[in-house]
Ligand binder design. Structure first.
Ligand code: NAP
Length: 300
């Protein structure tokens, strides 16, 4: 089996745990993070640190990026100190950030011109999945490249090969449509229950088990009942993901009415200062629209 020297770029909420799991899986890891002090923790568990993405590429043959949005991936890959300026032909690049599928196809082409084989490998499962190595990883790109690096990716979660370059990001976009619409369904159901005088916990007990159940209902419903709107997954990131979805819809001339509605409703959460709240803060908008108190905070 080929030896992988893994270079990991982006030690945020997700990346710091994912890189550690790769190390625990027995692969040497070199890290780079824009804010340098965040590399201290990785150095303590045994990572090498690099001074720039470009320097990292000099010693690594598998480069993983886990940064924010499309421009951030472009920056670490192609910016002044980008790793693609130094990556050796044959290097594999797995981008695990959530970015535009369309931009991913272009980045894969640019990488290929430099002899670098790119996979898009976004994830679902949140910070808990990142910590526990139980992420759902959706991969686009060449199947044989995935097979080569599969042992490394498997240290972070479960893998499904979705198709050619961009297919992983497209499946992630589908996932975000479902997350958004399940969220809306949940807060509408809660508004109806509460305004009708039905106990919210009883409603959740029944519906989580039925055909209307969803991850949102099971996991976020009880938090709303407790008045806990902390993230999980922040409104700011969900809005970034829905912008990606709606960008694809625009490109494909596809009307996505439900997704557009959720995007606008979450904008109202943002307008009230809720950027850093969990996505289930959508309940606040429902409370205002329906003149109904759903969370305990509003009943005080
Ligand atoms: P995060 O905590 O905000 O961390 C973002 C990381 O990217 C940080 O290391 C940040 O560096 C780096 N970064 C951002 N812009 C950069 C730039 N222009 N140049 C260099 N580095 C840059 O985010 P996260 O929660 O780990 O999420 C990372 C990706 O995973 C995102 O695409 C997100 O949508 C996706 N994702 C997140 C979750 C989740 O539950 N959090 C779940 C699934 C997928 P600094 O430390 O210098 O800021």
């Amino acid at each position: 089996m080929k030896t992988w020297n893994v270079g990991f770029i982006g030690l945020g909420i997700m990346g710091r745990s994912m890189s550690k799991n790769i190390h625990k899986g027995g692969f040497p890891v070199t890290v780079w993070n824009r804010t340098a002090h965040k590399m201290d923790e990785a150095a303590r568990w045994g990572a090498e640190t690099a001074a720039s993405p470009k320097e990292l590429a000099e010693t690594c043959n598998l480069i993983i990026t886990m940064v924010g949005d499309t421009p951030d991936v472009e920056e670490v890959a192609l910016g002044e100190h980008g790793f693609l300026h130094a990556a050796k032909p044959g290097t594999v690049w797995a981008d695990m950030s959530t970015i535009s599928p369309d931009a991913t196809v272009r980045l894969a082409r640019t990488a290929a011109e430099k002899g670098v084989r790119m996979l898009d490998a976004p994830v679902s499962g949140g910070d808990v999945g990142a910590r526990n190595g139980t992420l759902s990883i959706m991969v686009g790109g060449e199947a044989d490249v995935l097979e080569e690096v599969r042992p490394v990716l498997e240290t972070m979660g479960t893998i499904v090969h979705c198709g050619p370059a961009g297919a992983g990001q497209t499946v992630k976009a589908c996932n975000q449509i479902l997350c958004g619409l399940n969220l809306l369904g949940m807060v509408e159901a809660m508004a109806l229950a509460k305004k009708s005088g039905v106990d919210l916990e009883k409603m959740l007990e029944v519906t989580t088990r039925g055909a209307g159940g969803s991850w949102a209902l099971s996991n976020l419903g009880p938090r709303i009942v407790r008045g806990d709107l902390a993230p999980g997954f922040s409104v700011k990131f969900q809005q970034k993901d829905l912008r990606i979805v709606l960008g694809e819809a625009e490109r494909l001339q596809l009307p996505l009415l439900g997704t557009a509605t959720v995007h606008q409703l979450l904008r109202s959460v943002q307008a009230h200062g809720g950027d850093e709240d969990g996505t289930h803060a959508l309940v606040r908008v429902m409370e205002q629209l329906g003149r109904v108190s759903i969370t305990p905070r509003n009943e005080e």
